[in-house]
Design a protein around this ligand. Sequence first.
Ligand code: PLP
Length: 374
Amino acid sequence: DRNHFYRDTWAEINLDKISSNIKSFKKHLPDQKIMAVVKANGYGHGAYQTAVEALESGAELLAVAMLDEALALRKQGISAPILVMNRIRPEYVSLAAENEISITIFQKDWLIEASKFLKETDKVLNIHLKLDTGMGRVGITEEEELHDVSLLIQNSSACEIEGVFTHFATADEWESELFETQRKRFINQLDLLKKWGITPKYVHSANSAAALRKFEGPFNLVRLGISMYGLSPSSEMKEKLPFTLEEAFSLHSQLIHVKKLMPGDTVSYGATYRAKEEEWIGTLPIGYADGWQRRLSPGADVLIRGERAPIIGRICMDQCMVKLPYKMDVGEKATLIGKQNDETIEMDEIASLAKTINYEIPCLISSRVPRVFV
Ligand code: PLP
């Protein structure tokens, strides 16, 4: 709530919208379990709160990128299964096992090294095998290595294969040959595992984009990131979504200063903005150190009283300026992302102005901006 901070800029996270997005996916894919991806502080939305909301709304598992993120959730009292999707250091396997955190493996050498450290605990380590079917990032590609790794795990009482997964590179493109190639490669690898007697509890490949498009295969879990927060994985997909996604994140500030410019007066570093006539200018206490990137001006607007006001001049570290339609009072609310009356600034609008994808925007809104959960 707003009492826990003292500044006039904040992000609002509407947890009901996250709940509604999870429920829509559940309806869309009734046979799949949902793993809520809450890495990077829940894509900037708050890992703990979004995890709790997702779990209450039908998600059964969580995923993060790093062991630190999983341990933080455990410390906050989350008991649901958590998968760490990136490599952890071999020496930390017992720490993962002790905390019932499932980990991802994709290297035989790693497994040999890690088995030394597994002796430190009696707890069984749950492993998800990561297969690279075309993403070219991490994952086992060779049949021989897959075989060796599988055998090593099967013959160990200290660890167990809980899952097997892959990740798509182009699921957010409707017509993608690579997507189909990856899907087929994964199914072939699953057949091999089956031949060697391995049928993991969880078989997963879909990110949000793949989960939205639906596809055939022996999969029973989807890893939902971006769309659980209400954002479309790509502009291409946005036009053909099977259901409405509801954006959970909005960003707000307040005018902390209002002044009148005379013709010829300039605004901010470099004096790049020059008033042509008498104008009213407002100052907002948000800048690039908050993740409101310098390149957003000129270009981005904010909403004040339901109307668009452009950001003018260079965005500073802690502040930026907007051109007001008329004189306003200090304290007037400004919405940088989100809705006021009938006007909306979507995350995608800001992403496009910043020449990036929507994923990056809330991730980059820094920890200096308090998150308010509504
Ligand atoms: N699975 C893996 C391995 C990922 O790295 C990510 C995110 O980057 C996701 C799932 C979730 O993807 P998305 O946010 O597109 O749903």
